[in-house]
Structures are given as C-alpha cells and as structure tokens.
Design a protein around this ligand. Sequence first.
Ligand code: NAD
Ligand code: ZN
Length: 253
Amino acid sequence: MVSSTADASARLATLIAHSQRIVAFTGAGISTESGIPDFRSPGGIWSRMQPIDFRDFLSSADMRREAWRRKAVIDRDFQQAAPNRGHRALAALVKRGVMNAIITQNIDGLHQASGVPGDKVIELHGNGTYAACLDCGLRYELAPIMAAFTRDETLPECDACGGIIKSATISFGQSMPQAAMARAQAESVACDLFIVLGSSLVVYPAAGFPALAKRRGAKLVIINREATDQDVSADLVVHDEIGATLGEAVGVA
Ligand code: NAD
Ligand code: ZN
C-alpha cells in the first residue's frame, strides 16, 4: 500500500517503464470521474435496486418494460459522459504501443470515445450504447427505441425476425461472450504488467483475470478507492483516485 498520490504515481511509472506488454482491466470506477455512478459504492444503482435476471427479461414483458425504464435513467448519464483523465492516460499508453489491450467490464463505450481503436478494447459485459436482437444479432441504435418507449412504453421488436431487442449488454444469467473471454484470457496470460482500475473484483468470471495474469508471471497493480480481495497478491496497491494517479504516472493531463 502506498500513501501519497505522488509516491504511487512514481512507482507506477517505474513499473510501466519496465514493461513491454501491458494490459488494463477496467471497472465502473474508471468512469465515476466522468459522472457515471458505479454499482457498489454508497448511492450506486445496486444499493437501490436488484438487477434483472436474463431469464426474467426473456419471460416477462413487464420485466422488459422495467429494464427499458432503468435504461432510460442510465442513458441520461451516458449521454452526458465524456472520457476523463484515466481514460486519456490509457489511450496514450495504447498509442505508445506498450498497452496491448484494455479488458473492460464497462458498458459505456468511453475507452473507444477516448480514441482507443475498437479492436484494442475487450468488452466482457457488452456495450450499453446500442441494442441488438437476441435472436438474429441485428444491431439497433438506441435513440428511436428510447423515443418509442418514452412515448407509450412500446417494447422494441426486431424488424427482420420479430425477436426481442435488448441493450447489447450482458445481464446476470446471460452467457458470457465467448470470443471476448478467450481474448481476455490470452492477453492476461501474455502480458508482463496487468493494471486493475476501479473494480471491486467481485463479479466473476471477469475478476478471475487479474489472478490469472499474476499466476502466469505478470506484475499486478490494483488502483481502487477501496480494498479488494486480490490486494494481497498485488505488487502495487493504490487506494486513491484513478485519474490523478494514472494521469501523473503516464504524464497525461
Ligand atoms: P463496482 O461498482 O463493483 O466497483 C467499482 C470500484 O471502483 C469500487 O470498489 C470503488 O471504490 C472504485 N472507484 C469508484 N470510483 C473510483 C475512482 N474515481 N478512483 C478509484 N476507484 C474508484 O464495479 P465493477 O467491479 O466494474 O463491477 C460492476 C459491474 O457493473 C460491471 O460488471 C459493469 O459491467 C457494470 N457497470 C458498468 C458501468 C459503466 O459502464 N460505467 C457503471 C456501473 C456498473
Ligand atoms: Zn432479429
């Protein structure tokens, strides 16, 4: 554990300078400085409501309406959010060619918005900035769906196959995206530095990647306001703000 931000940033800068293949693993905490609340901090979404399970979403039109009602609320934060210093610092590392991949649990699209090429972002929980048909996979933009839903709670249906349309995120009870999981695993094994940013590391299987990277020889850094269960195995733990810590370390404002 390091106490001052300057000390933490200096140590992180040294680790980054000595690494050739870095992987970032981001959670909701990297986007709080962009105005998107995380899940588990006090006042977060989960302290107020239970998540909707995928089976309930499929089987009940009422549940689908509730899901779209919540989506409308979350979307207001998403619309206004822009990448912050933490996102920009990661984008700089990708641009310098030392960061191979960003594995993210986030669904806000802010890594791509900060200039990281889409093929460097591995989305474990999907993307909430658009929707897709659950049967044929056809992509749908949110604006017309939200407009119809806000008018009279019309549930979206696929024009091509009549299937159920859902925000392109992975819900509880829904299977993980196989290609993304396989890539995340390969990157975790191959990297020499694995940096966790803003994740409570309680959502599995995603939270298994830091431990995997460490087991396979990478140095592990965890930057998170609160302690996590994996702090004990990390080479550097920083309980501080992501933007300032990472921004200083990388030299990005
Ligand atoms: P989490 O809410 O469980 O944990 C976030 C952690 O980040 C907390 O431990 C908190 O202390 C820390 N944190 C918050 N702001 C910080 C800051 N500025 N600097 C340092 N630390 C900070 O999030 P999770 O581990 O990502 O798991 C929650 C799930 O919710 C994920 O699966 C994700 O799909 C989803 N989610 C996504 C978003 C988003 O896309 N922005 C937002 C909320 C939830
Ligand atoms: Zn369809």
